[in-house]
Design a protein around this ligand. Structure first.
Ligand code: AVI
Length: 345
């Protein structure tokens, strides 16, 4: 198989709706004046945050990326075969990937598609033109037989720009556990949007992290979001650095502690930033409104991210309202992570 070492994991930037300074200002104003205070996770992914996320994916505690890659590597041929409706059906697949970034996660599936059908058309969709340019360059260099058709789009807001090829079965990829960062309602509308662009019989491959089980402790989950090296803490705090830079705010980033909490009611890891003392933070007037002074009490938090964790039943419940039937679920041997093939009905 061609090497994929040249690819680096990129931030799930496709979850970034709009990174203009007005969008940052509006998001900060709405979230920081709400109770409890929140900041949307898309704010994580400025240049520094994207770099920190890449480091997170390589941490020993952050099992998600390598575990999903292991599942895809172990089962790529079977996934492609099932996506094409089984052995006898030699139907040709075209692959489309939501939030592809640099397509670091996709090489193993593209290689399997080329093994199976000789060549494949791959349509990565992302908001970042730069990431797609890297994807295109890397794939063309490493995967002869793959034709890349990049689509710059925010699939979280717009209809998926599917360039359907006649008589080809589509396999849509949404891997990397990105669906876990959406609320159940937003996840449902995102999947419905994807489904609306597919035909019955087309497939979706979805990567989801799993919740606690007899094989997976809550501590394993918590460690993935609170690593010993402090990289996730730096990633979380970077959102305040971003507000200081983009909005001229005066957050003392050292006066906020990173917290990762397991919420069993919602089956999610939550990330928060907790104020260590009584403090005031100023945000100058901007396009979203007048100057703000925010008062934080010791222990008061800003909720910065949810990362939902699933069971097999929860995966089915996520897919069914969007008119997808679960076809097959693959796990790693430790049942940490799931890759689900679903059929558009
Ligand atoms: C991008 N997303 C799937 C990551 C996750 O695990 O929810 C974001 C992340 N947050 C902290 N660590 C990683």
């Amino acid at each position: 198989m061609p090497p994929i070492a040249a690819f680096t994991e990129t931030a799930p930037i496709s979850a970034t709706p709009d990174t203009t300074s007005h969008a940052v200002a509006a998001e900060a104003r709405a979230g920081l004046t709400a109770h409890p205070r929140t900041l949307s996770p898309w704010l994580f992914y400025d240049e520094a945050g994207s770099h920190l996320f890449e480091q997170i994916t390589q941490l020993p505690e952050y099992y998600l990326t390598r575990t999903e890659r292991g599942i895809l590597t172990a089962h790529a041929d079977e996934i492609l075969q099932q996506a094409a409706n089984g052995d006898k059906d030699k139907q040709t697949l075209t692959l489309i990937e939501l939030g592809a970034g640099t397509a670091a996660k996709t090489g193993v599936l593209l290689a399997a598609a080329v093994r199976r059908q000789g060549s494949v058309v791959y349509q990565p969709v992302d908001v970042s033109e730069t990431a797609l340019a890297v994807a295109s360059r890397n794939i063309q260099a490493n995967f002869p037989g793959v034709t890349v058709r990049c689509q710059v789009a925010d699939y979280t807001r717009e209809a998926l720009p599917l360039d359907r090829l006649p008589n080809l079965r589509t396999l849509a990829l949404y891997i990397g556990s990105s669906i876990g960062n959406f609320s159940p309602a937003d996840a449902k509308s995102l999947l419905s949007n994807v489904r609306a662009q597919l035909l019955p019989g087309d497939k979706l491959l979805l990567g989801t992290d799993l919740g606690p089980s007899p094989q997976k402790s809550i501590d394993t989950l918590l460690a993935a979001y609170n690593d010993a090296a402090g990289t996730t803490a730096a990633f979380n705090r970077n959102v305040l650095t971003r507000l200081n830079r983009d909005l001229g705010a005066d957050f003392d980033t050292d006066a906020f502690t990173h917290k990762a909490v397991w919420n069993p009611i919602h089956s999610r890891i939550e990330m928060h930033l907790e104020s260590t003392r009584h403090q005031r933070v100023h945000i100058p007037a901007n396009s979203a409104g007048p100057a703000l002074t925010l008062t934080f009490e010791p222990g008061e938090t800003i909720h910065t991210e949810n990362s939902y964790k699933f069971t097999a039943a929860a995966i089915e419940a996520l897919l069914a309202p969007a008119a997808f039937a679960t076809t097959r679920i693959w796990h790693d041997p430790q049942h940490l992570f799931a890759v689900t093939l679903a059929t558009a009905i």
